[in-house]
Design a protein around this ligand. Sequence first.
Ligand code: HEM
Length: 226
Amino acid sequence: MPPDMLSLLLQTVDEETGEPLSAQEIRDEIGIFLTAGHETTALGLTWAWLCLTQNPEVESRLQNELGQVLAGRTPSIADLAQLPYTQAVFEEALRLYPPVWGFSRRAVDDDTIDGYRIPAGARMMLSPYVTQRSQRYWEEPMLFRPERFLVGEEGSDQPEAYLPFGVGPRQCIGNRFALMEGVILLATIAQQVQMRRLDNEPVAATALTTLRPQQPVYLSTESRRM
Ligand code: HEM
């Protein structure tokens, strides 16, 4: 069988029962992979490119890394460790524009946080969008500065300050996959085309189920291989 996701799921055996997955379970796995894993990563890349077009010095440092490590070659998983700046660009885009801008938790017990009484059963909202732009954790939080992830600046390694994938036992199960996928796509596409904004209108973010640009972002692409 070809080594694709469907074949892997068809070969998977439930460790507890020794049974293969049912057709329904396989359908659910594929469904969640497409819904939870598609729009989130696509939006992360959309915001990353918007930030790159607004920050030419970041774009040129990214191109330097890609040129030195890949020299035009299509990246593979083995190249990821040599692409720290590319990863930092994706992480920084997920900081300023977390595709999942908020998620909730239910209080299991009565509690008091910062003087606020939280009754058992209350639903609490956490927002990566708010926290990841807070001066409490980040230096110059409104700047797109991937370097902060390279030097481990305050915030970047604090789970309560950087939580684009959520936090705790229910955090995103696709976390590592998404980073891998995002970095490989960024490296592959950025090597081939230069993107430019077609207008200079400010782009506001709008908090629907996911964090989307309020209006379409028009970019032109110019091949780098001409
Ligand atoms: C940049 C891309 C992604 C972002 C920003 C993202 C973000 C999140 C967030 C914030 C949560 C909720 C975590 C919580 O409540 O603490 C979540 C849950 C989840 N994500 Fe992702 N995700 C991404 C990519 C993916 C991918 C690629 C997959 C699958 C391949 C995936 C599958 C899931 C699943 C199954 C859950 C539910 C986990 C559970 O409730 O136990 N996500 N994601």
